[in-house]
Design a protein around this ligand. Sequence first.
Ligand code: KIV
Length: 273
Amino acid sequence: MTLSAPAIRVRKRRNGAIPLVMVTAYDEPGARLASAAGVDLILVGDSMANVVLGQETTLHISIDEMCHHVRAVAAAKPDAHVVADMPWLSYHIDLGESVRNGAKLIRSGADSVKLEGGRVRQGVVRALLDAQIPVMGHLGLTPQSVMAFGGFKVQAKTMESAKLLIEDAQLLQEEGIFAIVIEGVPSVVGTSVTQALDIPTIGIGAGPDTDGQVLVFHDLLGLTARAPAKFVRQYANLGPVITDALRHFAEDVRSGAFPSEEEAYPNPEGLLE
Ligand code: KIV
């Protein structure tokens, strides 16, 4: 049965829960396959800007583009909780506009929304929760801050910044988020923030102790052009498999081997004459 936000909120490993499994998906086939694999959560991530739209950063995707893909994911009717990323600038300008944007994602088929940032986002988290929209947090190497960080750099590497991250996570928890993604931090920070919170942490490059793990669909299936990040485990290398199949198709078309008679509609009697 699809997990609700309250059901996810209590999934702490220290209380005996098994780790949460989250994977990104951006369309109906991806969501259908992820659901068939039995994942707990599907994230319609703004990483779509990178792995589907070929952009360098996640700053190149709009709320309407996100909604378009949330609808495709929801069309698969996945047996998984669907989280949709609020893209850059969809929650930074005005609280009313932020809530309307969160609602657009929900009306497109998401069960909850995710947004990046700590104390500076407290107001918008409260506004979304006031509108009854479940919110997932995201701290650490938050990709929408890539320009402010000066690149995709591991975060919380000093005692001071690690403490700030934990305080931010606690503040968001008090505000009412149901879970939080922790990305690109030393393992000890992943462990400490997980210990400090009563809501589950879902790690990506945050070590083995978080309450769940998330990976990007195209990274784990070997479908990206770029070299995978250190924290990625590639479970399949589908890129060459797909290229091989397409090459085979091209060869068959050029040689006349495709289509065969079985792949063509028969001629009705009399039509040939
Ligand atoms: O957009 C995304 O894929 C994400 C994950 C990296 C957590 O936010």
